[in-house]
Design a protein around this ligand. Structure first.
Ligand SMILES: CCCCCCCCCCCCCC(=O)SCCNC(=O)CCNC(=O)[C@H](O)C(C)(C)COP(=O)(O)OP(=O)(O)OC[C@H]1O[C@@H](n2cnc3c(N)ncnc32)[C@H](O)[C@@H]1OP(=O)(O)O
Length: 473
């Protein structure tokens, strides 16, 4: 992976920042750190002065140094009638299109654009390997709107050269519900970069969302924009260390061998939590309730309807369709002897294509998604006694997730420092990656939310934990 994946907008699988051939500057930095002589914290993408954000300084987002005295919208109140009916003008060779993700050819166009042009490491070796099922799941949740899947095509050739997507989101911020959209997958073809097309895409999707009487949005990015409401860090748990080494994702330190590293990351073959099994539709009601009460512990959460829980955790509202999407989203529940669901966890799979490697064509990657445990219900993150019980429980559950993933031939399991993840990351041998994820709100002012890392050192901060309960793809 790249030496410094913080240059990318969103980290793919992240990396420990080192290659497996000659020692890179990062390896040397790691060594210095091991020797305790490095004075620098991990590099984090830096902000520009506000005046240099030519586009963002015109948008309803807070300044970096703004003192937040009152939470709420930034823009003056408007109604859909105030918003233009027609799309923003584009250069004459291009046209706006609404992508029809029910149409296999259109999904293929989005797939190809993102595969060739979405987040990529600087060595151009890894690419996200999207599938029809991934888009079905990630871009068509209940209430999805076709007009929020926005494309730009070249008029003459019909080639898709840019894309941005919005999906509905009921955000809750410190107990206050905010009807929003989640914006993701902005992508401009490599040949059209730095031509200010991204701001036009953002303005067009804003227009389309505003026409539906929605005025707030939630989004994440690796780049620093005005102004993050929280910052989390990526972490990685190798499951197939040798393969990660072969493809240049992990490096071998001088005192290690392939055997010692493989052994270090070994996991048991059988899950260890009694009553653990794959989630089924009959569990829907209980998962829905458990999710809802557990998530009261975070400052920023996504509130789900029952259909949304079915979609996001079981794969789809319709059980037949869900079966197909269950290649992507995997959810497990713990059922006690009385039939009560006491816990659940989920992860989704998004593999990479590996280019230019004689041994491997793809890397199988899992991402931790939502979880909940009755251990943390009705308790605050400040309750130390309960946190230590939750720590024990989550360690066991996520360890089982690792075991299941190993059985699914997953090579690396990724998690952010959001949710209560700082309670188990270190003990379960997740390594800190070199990528950060910034969380943003559009047209909403609010004070900062902890992201599970110490602001100065960027190391895990289990004491403060994270108030971010939302997980984005
Ligand atoms: C109420 C409803 C509201 C809905 C909208 C809510 C807001 C949603 C916001 C979108 C959330 C998306 C969440 C995700 O999907 S994050 C994933 C981002 N995608 C990728 O990394 C894919 C690979 N990269 C690309 O395709 C391009 O580099 C992109 C498209 C990212 C920029 O294209 P390009 O490189 O050709 O640049 P430009 O000349 O056109 O434009 C330059 C301007 O764009 C600002 N920029 C750069 N990167 C991002 C970024 N990731 N979010 C927001 N703004 C970004 C940049 O600061 C500059 O503005 P300013 O510095 O002058 O001010």
């Amino acid at each position: 992976m790249s030496e410094n994946s913080s240059e990318k907008s969103k980290e793919m699988a992240g990396s420990n920042g080192t290659k497996n051939n000659a020692p890179s500057s990062k390896t040397i930095e790691d060594l210095l750190k091991l020797l305790g002589v490095s004075e620098t914290a991990e590099s984090e993408p830096q902000a520009k002065p506000m005046k240099d954000y030519k586009f963002w300084k015109t948008q309803p987002v807070p300044n970096f140094d703004e003192e937040i005295t009152e939470e709420g919208p930034i823009d003056a109140l408007k109604t859909p009638a105030d918003i233009p009916e027609n799309p923003y003008p584009l250069l004459k060779d291009f046209e706006w299109v609404t992508m029809d993700l029910d149409d296999a050819d259109e999904i293929k166009d989005v797939y190809e654009l993102l595969h060739e042009n979405y987040v990529e490491d600087s060595s151009e070796i890894f690419r996200f390997k999207y599938t029809k099922e991934f888009f079905n799941w990630g871009l068509k949740p209940p209430g999805w709107k076709k007009q929020w899947h926005v494309g730009v095509r070249v008029k003459e050739t019909n080639r898709l050269v840019a894309f941005i997507a919005g999906i509905p989101l009921d955000l809750e911020l410190r107990g206050k519900g905010i009807r929003s959209v989640e914006i993701n997958f902005i992508c401009v073809h490599k040949k059209l970069r730095n031509k200010r097309l991204a701001p036009v895409l953002i303005k067009e999707i804003t227009r389309r969302v505003n026409r539906e009487d929605i005025w707030q949005a939630f989004y994440t990015a690796g780049v620093v924009l005005p102004s993050p409401v929280s910052v989390c860090r990526y972490t990685h748990r190798p499951l197939n260390w040798e393969k990660l080494y072969d493809v240049g994702f992990s490096a071998l330190q001088p005192n290690e061998t392939i055997e010692s590293m493989t052994k270090l990351y070994e996991v048991p073959t059988k899950t260890q939590t009694p009553g653990l099994r794959k989630a089924e539709f009959k569990d829907l009601e209980q998962i829905y309730e458990l999710y809802d009460v557990f998530h009261n512990r975070y400052e920023m959460v996504q509130r789900f309807s029952k259909d949304e829980i079915a979609h996001w955790l079981l794969g789809a509202v319709d059980p037949e369709e869900a079966k197909k999407n269950q290649q992507v989203i995997h959810t497990y529940v713990v059922e006690d002897s009385t039939g009560k669901i006491t816990d659940f966890f989920s992860f989704y799979l998004l593999p990479f294509s590996i280019l230019k490697n004689p041994k491997h064509e793809s890397l199988n990657v899992a991402y931790l998604f939502y979880y909940a445990s009755s251990v943390g219900v009705g308790k605050s993150r400040k309750d130390k006694e309960n946190q230590s019980l939750l720590k024990e429980r989550l360690q066991q559950l996520v360890n089982d997730a690792l075991i299941i993933c190993k059985g699914l031939d997953i090579d690396v399991f990724n998690a952010l420092t959001s949710q209560d993840n700082t309670l188990f990351l270190e003990d379960l041998k997740f390594g800190l990656g070199d990528g950060y994820l910034n969380y943003y709100l559009f047209n909403w002012r609010t004070s900062q939310i902890t992201g599970g890392i110490n602001e100065a050192t960027k190391q895990l901060d289990p004491e403060a934990g994270s108030g971010v309960g939302v997980v984005m793809l």
